[in-house]
Design a protein around this ligand. Structure first.
Ligand code: ZN
Length: 144
């Protein structure tokens, strides 16, 4: 995984921390919605469960396996979504996708919080799918 060793040192620590200690790594009993998704290019798998009340994500269950970037991104996403309004989270997804695939204006980067740790992934287009796997699953989950 050569590209991983090229990621910025500080970012790498955040990614490894979430990879080794994934947040919200559990299974929910009665999720409002759930979805499973995978990235065949890398073999990443993710299962996302959410409880939603009044437009707010009140609980998240995440599990999966795959590369460090996909799993760390899912963990970081879980933290960003929890207790948050769904519309705000969908906006966050669009900004995050812009960060990795396009050109997010610099003045909007502060809004991304810890997600900025994955910015270095944009140098490796094949890894962008890994980082976006959980987020696009969340997007699909909300739209169905
Ligand atoms: Zn991957």
């Amino acid at each position: 995984m050569n590209e991983f060793s090229e990621l910025d040192e500080m970012y790498r620590e955040v990614i490894l921390d979430h990879y080794h200690s994934p947040r919200n790594n559990k299974s929910l009993d009665n999720p409002t919605k759930e979805i499973e998704s995978n990235n065949p290019f890398c073999g990443d798998e993710i299962k996302l469960q959410v409880k939603i009340q009044d437009g707010i994500v009140t609980e998240i269950g995440l599990s999966g396996r795959g590369c460090a970037i996909s799993q760390a991104s899912a963990s970081l996403m879980g933290e960003a979504l929890l207790k948050n309004n769904i519309n705000d989270s969908l906006k966050l997804y669009k900004d995050f996708r812009e960060l990795l695939t396009g050109n997010l204006p610099e003045d909007q980067m502060d809004d991304l919080g810890d997600l900025i740790a994955l910015e270095g992934v944009k140098k490796f287009p094949i890894r962008v799918k890994c980082a976006l796997l959980s987020w696009s699953a969340f997007n699909d989950l909300i739209e169905v």
